[in-house]
Design a protein around this ligand. Structure first.
Ligand code: CAA
Length: 241
């Protein structure tokens, strides 16, 4: 039996590509989803993995599902915190609800999931935590004060937790995708998206598989010396030091 990996938001977009890649690499994969049962069913059929419906912004719901996953597949060795939403609006139009929804789903979820697998990883002396941040957490984005704050928060979380996991065989890293060809990016108004793509030196949107491959590497034994890092995968749109 391979190691057990949980991918939140793992049935669509980038998350689905990560679930598929980890499955192909021999992991027992649990893919989480919150709303789209049809996509989850398709994912179960296509990838032959188990999908679990729970809301990552609820600590209790997440805890109950994690117990179920452990009963079904065994202790979780690899967590990919990928679940995320956007509620874009210029700040002067942003509601408290839009702020809270994004902070709860994109940032607090990472506490809810990671906190509840952390003790087990410490006890077993192995763990991989991979947090899917964003280019817009690195550079900020007009219309995304909520999302940029959450995604930047993930980078701080990664750097702090990496120091705590290091002596226990647990690595904690972030991946910061640029604009990837997913439903989330396709929802950006066409004219706005055209302008964004024009600013990507590679000249195209990224592919979900290009994020999955870096996650697979970070999950592997080979990546044991990489921790606290943020892997930037954005076609050169924003080059960080
Ligand atoms: N920089 C400066 N000004 C901008 C701007 C920008 N990037 N984008 C819009 N504006 C300006 C407009 O020119 C306009 O100015 P005027 O009033 O002077 O004409 C003003 O802001 C209002 O623009 P809109 O009428 O478009 O405002 P809106 O309320 O209808 O929509 C918006 C604003 C929702 C932010 C829309 O512009 C938008 O969707 N932008 C894209 C945001 C984005 O990139 N989201 C990423 C989603 S994908 C993702 O998040 C995945 C990932 O990790 C990368």
């Amino acid at each position: 039996m391979g190691r057990v990996a949980l991918v939140t938001g793992g049935t669509r977009g980038i998350g689905k590509a990560i679930s598929a890649r980890l499955k192909a690499d021999g992991y027992e994969v649990a893919a989480n989803y919150s709303g789209n049962a049809e996509a989850a069913k398709l994912c179960e059929e296509e990838l032959a993995i188990k999908c679990y419906r729970f809301n990552v912004s609820s600590f209790e719901e997440t805890g109950a599902s994690l117990q179920q996953i452990e009963r079904d597949l065994g202790p979780v060795d690899v967590v990919v915190n990928n679940a995320g939403i956007t509620r874009d609006a210029p700040f002067h139009k942003m509601s408290l609800e839009q702020w809270n929804e994004v902070i709860d789903t994109d940032l607090s979820s990472v506490f809810n999931v990671t906190r509840q697998v952390w003790d087990g990883m410490r006890e077993r002396g192995f763990g991989r935590v991979i947090n899917i941040s964003s280019i817009n957490g690195q550079k900020g984005q007009f219309g995304q004060a909520n999302y940029s704050a959450a995604k930047a928060g993930l980078i701080g979380f990664t750097k702090a937790l990496a120091q705590e996991g290091a002596k226990r065989g647990i690595t904690v890293n972030a991946v910061a995708p640029g604009y990837i060809d997913t439903d989330m990016v396709r929802a950006v108004p066409e004219k706005v998206l055209e302008g964004i793509v024009a600013g990507i030196p590679v000249g195209r949107l990224g592919e979900a598989g290009e994020i999955a491959s870096i996650c697979a590497y970070l999950a592997s034994e080979e990546a044991a010396f990489i921790t606290g890092a943020t892997m930037t995968v954005n076609g050169g749109q924003y080059i960080t030091g």
